[in-house]
Design a protein around this ligand. Structure first.
Ligand SMILES: C[C@H](N)C(=O)N[C@H](CCC(=O)O)C(=O)O
Ligand SMILES: [Mg+2]
Length: 368
């Protein structure tokens, strides 16, 4: 069975509240959607969020990468040999991980549908006993004034969330105050993970995290304390604090992941499909994590349910994935799609529907 055609379209979904990190503020999801179609008419879907400040990928660059490089390279290839398609896509242009991820996800969705299997069963075939059918996601608390962050945290806990991913990286001392007040308001049983999105220097990171430790704030982990290219800084922070450090922006590829694991650039790794260029490379990082005995998070950018569903399937399939930051759909005001994993507050329930499970995507597609 051959890949007959690739089509693209756009979706815009407003957010419940503005999403604010040390790197950016966004009010809506504005993503490109990819549809791939097999010769027999079976379709697969993928999604590409333009997260220029992290991946370097813009709406324009994603569309150009798919239209002028990826689609002409892979259309017409045999769908029974996914690794060959992925190798061709990898070779047709460097970087552009978001465009590659959207096409990779759509192809895995299509492939699993043709195999008549849910994607998580397919990805979990090496160790079916480790496969999960339910996950728990955290929810992001945007970085704002302390009072607003406390209100957002209390609201999230009231909605049933038990794990908060609190955005910081906007002034070390202020960040300690933010976490202190949130901890006071939500009590000791709520898990608090902190994401600095590269907002600290290495010295600031160590003094800020140490102050949180000394104040007994019970932080589960700190994500990406320093700049993505400051590998020595990541090693320094990891070596000088007790709290586990999670590498996010420092790990895009398999090679990045192995370097962090081998050279102790962090204790944990956040795998995101938009950084790896899709599932095929993410699986390799999971294999490395199994070898090194490192635990991973599957995270997402600010994305909606198409691509986040692919992250859910991967998280469900692999035992090294013990943490899910897959809250994109929870941050959106509406769910415009039909099908896919079911979100019930923090719970994500997988079904036996084929592929990633998305059945309806309300987008006007243009065949390219
Ligand atoms: C949405 C998710 N919870 C998240 O916080 N992801 C960010 C990057 C998101 C973005 O800027 O689109 C992260 O983990 O750094
Ligand atoms: Mg992060």
């Amino acid at each position: 069975m051959k890949l007959k055609e690739i089509a693209i379209g756009y979706i815009e979904i407003p957010l419940v509240t503005p999403f604010k990190t040390a790197l950016r503020t966004v009010n809506s999801v504005n993503d490109l959607i990819v549809k791939v179609t097999a010769e027999d008419g079976t379709e697969g879907y993928g999604e590409a969020p333009p997260t220029a400040v992290i991946t370097g990928d813009t709406k324009e660059s994603i569309e150009a990468a798919i239209r002028y490089y990826i689609a002409p390279s892979i259309t017409g290839m045999g769908l029974d040999d996914l690794p060959s398609i992925m190798a061709k896509m990898e070779k047709c242009l460097a970087k552009n991980t978001t465009a590659k991820a959207a096409v990779d996800i759509a192809l895995y969705d299509l492939y699993a549908k043709l195999q008549k299997k849910p994607l998580f069963r397919l990805l979990g075939e090496k160790d079916p006993s480790a496969v999960k059918t339910e996950l728990e996601t955290d929810i992001t608390i945007s970085v704002n004034d302390t009072d607003e962050m406390v209100r957002d945290s209390v609201k999230a806990v009231g909605e049933g969330f038990r794990i908060l991913k609190v955005k910081v990286g906007k002034g070390g001392e202020k960040d300690v105050e933010r976490i202190r007040e949130i901890r006071k308001a939500v009590g000791k049983d709520v898990v608090i993970r902190v994401d600095a999105n590269q907002g600290w220097t290495r010295e600031e990171a160590v003094s800020t995290i140490t102050a949180m430790e000394d104040a007994g704030l019970g932080i589960e982990l700190v994500e990406q304390p320093v700049s993505y290219h400051d590998f020595k800084g990541m090693q320094y922070v990891t070596a000088h604090v007790q709290t586990p450090i999670l590498a996010d922006e420092s790990v895009f590829s398999y090679e990045d992941g192995v370097r962090v694991m081998e050279e102790h650039g962090a204790d944990l790794v956040n795998i995101k499909l938009m950084k790896t260029g899709g599932i095929h490379e993410a699986v390799k990082i999971c294999d490395a994590a199994d070898r090194f005995g490192i635990k991973c998070m599957i995270g997402c950018m600010l994305e909606s349910k198409v691509s986040v569903s692919a992250g859910v399937h991967l998280a469900a399939a692999r035992s090294c994935v013990t943490m899910a930051d897959l809250d994109g759909p929870s941050l959106c005001k509406v769910d415009p799609y039909e099908g896919g994993p079911v979100y019930q507050g923090p719970k994500i329930l997988l079904s036996e529907d084929y592929g990633i499970g998305i059945t309806k995507v309300p987008v006007k597609f243009e065949r390219i």
